[in-house]
Design a protein around this ligand. Structure first.
Ligand code: SAM
Length: 240
Protein backbone atom coordinates (compact mmCIF):
# COMPACT_ATOMS: atom_id res chain seq x y z
CA UNK A 1 0.00 0.00 0.00
CA UNK A 2 1.24 3.51 -0.80
CA UNK A 3 2.28 6.00 1.86
CA UNK A 4 -0.20 8.88 1.44
CA UNK A 5 1.14 12.42 1.82
CA UNK A 6 -1.44 15.21 1.91
CA UNK A 7 -0.20 18.80 2.11
CA UNK A 8 -2.36 21.74 3.18
CA UNK A 9 -0.64 24.86 1.89
CA UNK A 10 -1.05 28.27 0.32
CA UNK A 11 1.68 27.24 -2.17
CA UNK A 12 0.75 23.84 -3.71
CA UNK A 13 3.18 24.47 -6.57
CA UNK A 14 6.06 24.00 -4.13
CA UNK A 15 5.30 20.23 -4.14
CA UNK A 16 6.78 17.76 -4.88
CA UNK A 17 9.66 20.22 -5.53
CA UNK A 18 12.90 18.48 -4.54
CA UNK A 19 10.96 15.30 -3.72
CA UNK A 20 10.27 14.88 -7.44
CA UNK A 21 13.97 13.97 -7.87
CA UNK A 22 16.31 11.11 -7.01
CA UNK A 23 15.08 8.34 -4.69
CA UNK A 24 11.90 10.12 -3.58
CA UNK A 25 11.04 11.10 -7.15
CA UNK A 26 11.46 7.54 -8.38
CA UNK A 27 9.37 6.25 -5.50
CA UNK A 28 6.64 8.77 -6.31
CA UNK A 29 6.72 7.61 -9.93
CA UNK A 30 6.35 3.97 -8.96
CA UNK A 31 3.57 4.64 -6.44
CA UNK A 32 5.52 3.84 -3.26
CA UNK A 33 4.07 7.11 -1.98
CA UNK A 34 1.35 9.42 -3.25
CA UNK A 35 1.04 13.18 -3.02
CA UNK A 36 -2.10 15.31 -2.73
CA UNK A 37 -2.12 19.03 -2.11
CA UNK A 38 -5.02 21.08 -0.82
CA UNK A 39 -5.04 24.85 -1.35
CA UNK A 40 -5.90 26.37 2.03
CA UNK A 41 -7.39 29.43 0.31
CA UNK A 42 -10.10 27.19 -1.19
CA UNK A 43 -11.51 26.87 2.34
CA UNK A 44 -11.97 30.61 2.86
CA UNK A 45 -15.62 31.61 2.72
CA UNK A 46 -15.56 35.38 2.42
CA UNK A 47 -15.63 37.44 -0.74
CA UNK A 48 -11.88 38.11 -0.62
CA UNK A 49 -10.97 34.50 0.18
CA UNK A 50 -9.03 35.69 3.23
CA UNK A 51 -6.97 33.16 5.10
CA UNK A 52 -5.42 35.53 7.67
CA UNK A 53 -6.20 38.47 9.93
CA UNK A 54 -4.37 40.77 12.32
CA UNK A 55 -3.05 39.33 15.61
CA UNK A 56 -5.31 39.66 18.65
CA UNK A 57 -3.57 41.88 21.15
CA UNK A 58 -1.67 43.73 18.44
CA UNK A 59 1.75 43.19 16.94
CA UNK A 60 3.34 42.73 13.55
CA UNK A 61 2.16 40.50 10.73
CA UNK A 62 -0.92 38.37 10.21
CA UNK A 63 -2.25 35.15 11.74
CA UNK A 64 -3.84 32.26 9.83
CA UNK A 65 -7.52 31.98 10.68
CA UNK A 66 -8.70 29.00 12.76
CA UNK A 67 -11.98 28.54 10.85
CA UNK A 68 -10.28 28.36 7.43
CA UNK A 69 -7.57 25.99 8.70
CA UNK A 70 -10.15 23.81 10.45
CA UNK A 71 -12.16 23.40 7.24
CA UNK A 72 -8.99 22.42 5.38
CA UNK A 73 -8.07 19.92 8.11
CA UNK A 74 -11.62 18.51 8.10
CA UNK A 75 -11.44 17.96 4.34
CA UNK A 76 -8.08 16.19 4.66
CA UNK A 77 -9.39 14.04 7.53
CA UNK A 78 -12.51 13.15 5.55
CA UNK A 79 -10.31 11.93 2.68
CA UNK A 80 -7.67 10.25 4.88
CA UNK A 81 -9.10 9.63 8.38
CA UNK A 82 -6.28 7.15 9.03
CA UNK A 83 -3.43 9.66 8.58
CA UNK A 84 -2.19 11.82 11.48
CA UNK A 85 -2.34 15.58 10.93
CA UNK A 86 0.89 17.40 11.77
CA UNK A 87 1.15 21.19 11.75
CA UNK A 88 4.56 22.61 10.94
CA UNK A 89 5.45 25.19 13.59
CA UNK A 90 8.57 26.23 15.53
CA UNK A 91 6.32 25.96 18.62
CA UNK A 92 5.94 22.19 18.10
CA UNK A 93 7.80 19.23 19.55
CA UNK A 94 11.13 18.73 17.75
CA UNK A 95 10.97 16.07 15.03
CA UNK A 96 13.14 13.03 15.81
CA UNK A 97 14.24 9.97 13.88
CA UNK A 98 12.07 7.85 16.21
CA UNK A 99 8.99 9.87 15.26
CA UNK A 100 9.94 9.72 11.58
CA UNK A 101 10.26 5.94 11.76
CA UNK A 102 6.84 5.64 13.41
CA UNK A 103 5.26 7.90 10.78
CA UNK A 104 6.94 6.01 7.92
CA UNK A 105 5.51 2.74 9.25
CA UNK A 106 1.97 4.17 9.12
CA UNK A 107 -0.48 4.86 6.28
CA UNK A 108 0.78 8.39 5.59
CA UNK A 109 0.76 11.95 6.92
CA UNK A 110 -1.24 15.11 6.46
CA UNK A 111 0.97 18.16 6.84
CA UNK A 112 -0.33 21.65 7.51
CA UNK A 113 2.00 24.43 6.38
CA UNK A 114 1.86 27.78 8.15
CA UNK A 115 2.74 31.21 6.80
CA UNK A 116 2.83 34.75 8.21
CA UNK A 117 3.03 34.80 12.05
CA UNK A 118 1.59 31.31 12.34
CA UNK A 119 -1.81 29.74 13.08
CA UNK A 120 -4.61 30.70 15.48
CA UNK A 121 -3.92 28.56 18.56
CA UNK A 122 -7.55 27.48 18.87
CA UNK A 123 -7.03 25.17 15.88
CA UNK A 124 -4.86 22.94 18.10
CA UNK A 125 -7.60 22.78 20.75
CA UNK A 126 -10.43 22.11 18.32
CA UNK A 127 -8.88 19.57 15.95
CA UNK A 128 -6.53 16.56 16.32
CA UNK A 129 -3.52 18.45 14.99
CA UNK A 130 -0.04 17.76 16.36
CA UNK A 131 2.40 20.69 16.32
CA UNK A 132 5.84 19.64 15.02
CA UNK A 133 9.05 21.63 14.64
CA UNK A 134 12.01 20.70 12.45
CA UNK A 135 14.47 22.65 14.60
CA UNK A 136 15.16 25.70 16.71
CA UNK A 137 15.17 28.31 13.96
CA UNK A 138 12.42 30.13 12.06
CA UNK A 139 11.61 29.50 8.40
CA UNK A 140 9.40 31.81 6.37
CA UNK A 141 6.82 29.08 5.76
CA UNK A 142 5.92 25.51 6.65
CA UNK A 143 6.46 24.14 3.13
CA UNK A 144 10.21 23.56 3.52
CA UNK A 145 9.55 21.96 6.90
CA UNK A 146 6.93 19.67 5.35
CA UNK A 147 9.33 18.71 2.54
CA UNK A 148 11.99 17.91 5.13
CA UNK A 149 9.67 15.75 7.21
CA UNK A 150 8.39 13.96 4.11
CA UNK A 151 11.89 13.30 2.78
CA UNK A 152 12.88 11.76 6.11
CA UNK A 153 9.83 9.44 5.96
CA UNK A 154 10.02 8.52 2.27
CA UNK A 155 13.62 7.29 2.36
CA UNK A 156 12.53 4.74 5.00
CA UNK A 157 9.67 3.30 2.93
CA UNK A 158 10.23 -0.27 1.75
CA UNK A 159 12.19 -0.39 -1.50
CA UNK A 160 13.21 3.28 -1.55
CA UNK A 161 16.79 2.90 -0.36
CA UNK A 162 19.08 0.61 -2.30
CA UNK A 163 20.79 -1.43 0.41
CA UNK A 164 18.36 -2.75 2.99
CA UNK A 165 20.87 -1.96 5.74
CA UNK A 166 21.49 1.65 4.86
CA UNK A 167 18.67 2.91 7.08
CA UNK A 168 19.51 1.17 10.30
CA UNK A 169 23.15 2.11 10.90
CA UNK A 170 22.62 5.82 10.50
CA UNK A 171 22.81 8.72 12.90
CA UNK A 172 20.15 8.66 15.67
CA UNK A 173 19.03 5.08 14.98
CA UNK A 174 21.06 3.82 17.97
CA UNK A 175 20.73 7.11 19.83
CA UNK A 176 24.20 8.21 18.65
CA UNK A 177 25.61 10.06 15.67
CA UNK A 178 26.96 7.80 12.96
CA UNK A 179 30.71 7.05 12.87
CA UNK A 180 32.71 9.04 10.29
CA UNK A 181 32.80 7.80 6.70
CA UNK A 182 35.72 7.72 4.21
CA UNK A 183 36.20 6.64 0.61
CA UNK A 184 39.02 6.48 -1.95
CA UNK A 185 41.64 7.81 -2.54
CA UNK A 186 43.38 6.33 0.48
CA UNK A 187 45.47 9.49 0.85
CA UNK A 188 44.10 12.94 0.05
CA UNK A 189 45.93 16.19 0.80
CA UNK A 190 48.27 14.23 3.06
CA UNK A 191 45.41 12.73 5.10
CA UNK A 192 45.09 8.96 5.14
CA UNK A 193 42.00 6.86 5.80
CA UNK A 194 42.38 5.27 9.27
CA UNK A 195 44.39 2.06 8.92
CA UNK A 196 41.78 -0.06 10.73
CA UNK A 197 39.22 0.62 7.98
CA UNK A 198 41.64 -0.84 5.45
CA UNK A 199 42.53 -3.86 7.60
CA UNK A 200 39.68 -6.13 6.48
CA UNK A 201 39.23 -7.12 10.16
CA UNK A 202 35.47 -6.73 10.59
CA UNK A 203 35.48 -7.06 14.38
CA UNK A 204 38.11 -4.33 14.71
CA UNK A 205 36.27 -2.12 12.24
CA UNK A 206 33.02 -2.52 14.17
CA UNK A 207 34.78 -1.68 17.46
CA UNK A 208 36.47 1.41 15.96
CA UNK A 209 33.18 2.62 14.53
CA UNK A 210 31.35 2.13 17.82
CA UNK A 211 34.06 4.07 19.64
CA UNK A 212 34.02 6.94 17.16
CA UNK A 213 30.21 7.10 17.22
CA UNK A 214 30.35 7.45 21.01
CA UNK A 215 33.28 9.95 21.02
CA UNK A 216 31.83 12.17 18.31
CA UNK A 217 28.38 12.19 19.91
CA UNK A 218 29.89 13.13 23.29
CA UNK A 219 31.87 16.00 21.73
CA UNK A 220 29.39 17.33 19.17
CA UNK A 221 26.04 16.55 20.77
CA UNK A 222 26.32 16.43 24.55
CA UNK A 223 22.50 16.53 24.72
CA UNK A 224 22.20 13.28 22.71
CA UNK A 225 25.07 11.70 24.63
CA UNK A 226 23.42 12.36 28.00
CA UNK A 227 20.14 10.87 26.79
CA UNK A 228 21.93 7.83 25.35
CA UNK A 229 23.98 7.31 28.51
CA UNK A 230 21.07 7.54 30.91
CA UNK A 231 19.03 5.10 28.76
CA UNK A 232 22.02 2.71 28.59
CA UNK A 233 22.76 2.88 32.32
CA UNK A 234 19.13 2.69 33.46
CA UNK A 235 18.40 -0.67 35.16
CA UNK A 236 15.92 -2.75 33.14
CA UNK A 237 12.35 -2.19 34.35
CA UNK A 238 11.39 -4.66 37.07
CA UNK A 239 15.03 -4.98 38.28
CA UNK A 240 15.63 -4.31 42.04
N1 SAM B 1 5.74 33.63 14.55
C1 SAM B 1 6.10 32.23 14.53
C2 SAM B 1 6.94 31.92 15.75
O1 SAM B 1 7.73 32.75 16.18
O2 SAM B 1 6.81 30.80 16.30
C3 SAM B 1 6.90 31.90 13.28
C4 SAM B 1 6.09 31.90 12.04
S1 SAM B 1 7.02 31.44 10.62
C5 SAM B 1 7.58 32.99 10.04
C6 SAM B 1 5.80 30.98 9.42
C7 SAM B 1 5.55 29.50 9.32
O3 SAM B 1 6.75 28.83 8.97
C8 SAM B 1 5.08 28.79 10.58
O4 SAM B 1 3.70 28.93 10.80
C9 SAM B 1 5.46 27.36 10.29
O5 SAM B 1 4.47 26.71 9.50
C10 SAM B 1 6.73 27.50 9.47
N2 SAM B 1 7.95 27.29 10.26
C11 SAM B 1 8.88 28.20 10.56
N3 SAM B 1 9.87 27.68 11.28
C12 SAM B 1 9.57 26.36 11.45
C13 SAM B 1 10.20 25.29 12.12
N4 SAM B 1 11.34 25.46 12.76
N5 SAM B 1 9.62 24.08 12.09
C14 SAM B 1 8.44 23.90 11.44
N6 SAM B 1 7.79 24.89 10.78
C15 SAM B 1 8.34 26.11 10.78
Amino acid sequence: MSFAATILTLYPDMFPGPLGHSLAGRALGTGVWTLDTLQIRDFAEDRHRSVDDTPAGGGAGMVMKADVLARAVDAALAARPDCPVLAMTPRGAPLTQDRVRTLAAGPGVTLLCGRFEGMDERLFEARPVEPVSIGDYVLSGGEMAALTLLDACIRLLPGVMGAASSGVEESFESGLLEYPQYTRPVTWEGRTIPEVLRSGDHAKIAAWRAQRAADDTRLRRPDLWERYRSARDRPPSGAQ
